[in-house]
Design a protein around this ligand. Structure first.
Ligand SMILES: [Ca+2]
Length: 326
């Protein structure tokens, strides 16, 4: 009996020794209470259980999207990931068809997003989301682009998600940035776009394949996916092309295909001349390649802002579709 008491005491003591006070956490908890009617005391205790992780700071300081295209592409466009996508599609064909029809999103894009995000659920991230969002809210590294406000908002959304979905906030795991489940939804996206497609009353982005596939499709649908429309075509670039037309940040098409052709960037496949389009440059091993991108390309960048990401999803989707149709 005495031994058990001693053990209990030791574990209480070590728990309290481990309790961390994060800079700004008190204010955050007060805001959670005043703005969202969350229990302030509970949030304080929850945040004391959150751990600062140097590995998360390191990971956010060197994202894969900082690489040139020719180094980024081989991470995602592999035979294994293509075959995995074909298998995933075959295994979930009924659900994928359902989601594709209901939300008007091409099936190969749903498959490719899940493939790029988590290798079809094989790698969903081993960080506690609580640790990830706390670290990035209160200890964001000096990278010249302070995103701590973004992560602080996501931390708040995570708390609200816990209340709404009954998620065990101390146990939920995800990526180093706090993205969750097979489709890697950030808390705000989870709240806004996840769907309960299997109708069991919960939106489960880990173990309900129906909810996972439906949620990815709904996300793309809500951001404006156009079924059956092209994502991007390679561009033929004339010698006197106007390089100021190349898009660097916002991939929302602002010109027409005809205007871009007039500026020296012609798509290598026929498109309507009034089709909204943009031009994207990718860094190849030798020189650059140029791509005419359309609304659907922009929609993929709503999932991840990087044009490299959108191009990887597109290329993977094409390869998977070919494999699936064989
Ligand atoms: Ca469900």
């Amino acid at each position: 009996m005495k031994r058990i008491l001693t053990l209990a005491l030791v574990s209480i003591l070590s728990a309290s020794c481990l309790a961390q006070q994060h800079p700004g956490a008190e204010d955050f908890a007060a805001r959670a209470a005043s703005e969202y009617n969350l229990d302030q005391e509970e949030i304080v205790l929850l945040l004391q259980d959150a751990r600062f992780k140097q590995s998360i700071v390191n990971a956010i300081s060197r994202p894969a999207e900082g690489k040139p295209w020719f180094e980024y592409r081989p991470i995602f466009i592999t035979d294994k990931r293509i075959r995995g996508g074909v298998d995933f599609w075959r295994e979930n064909e009924v659900l994928i068809n359902q989601a594709s029809e209901r939300f008007g999103v091409d099936p190969e894009i749903i498959v490719a997003i899940i493939g790029v995000e988590t290798f079809y659920g094989r790698i969903t991230g081993g960080y506690r989301v609580l640790d990830a969002l706390t670290t990035l809210s209160f200890y964001y590294p000096d990278t010249g682009n302070d995103r701590s406000d973004f992560f602080s908002r996501e931390l708040m959304q995570f708390l609200l998600l816990g209340r709404e979905e009954g998620l065990p906030l101390r146990d939920v795991t995800g990526s180093y940035a706090g993205a969750m489940g097979l489709g890697q939804f950030m808390p705000s996206s989870y709240r806004e776009y996840a769907v309960d497609l299997d109708g069991d009353g919960r939106r489960d982005l880990w173990s309900s394949m129906s909810d996972v596939i439906g949620s990815v499709a709904n996300y793309l649908h809500r951001h404006g996916w156009e079924y059956g429309q092209p994502v991007t075509y390679a561009a033929e670039v004339s010698e006197d092309a106007d390089m100021d037309l190349v898009t660097r940040r916002d991939f929302k098409p602002k010109m027409t295909a005809a205007e871009l052709a007039g500026g020296g960037f012609a798509p290598r496949a026929p498109v309507d001349s009034d089709m909204p389009a943009a031009v994207v440059r990718l860094e190849e091993q030798e020189g650059d390649s140029y791509w005419i991108t359309f609304e659907n390309f922009y929609v993929i960048t709503r999932y991840n802002r990087s044009p490299l990401y959108a191009m990887a999803v597109f290329e993977l989707s094409e390869a998977i579709r070919e494999g699936f149709q064989q």
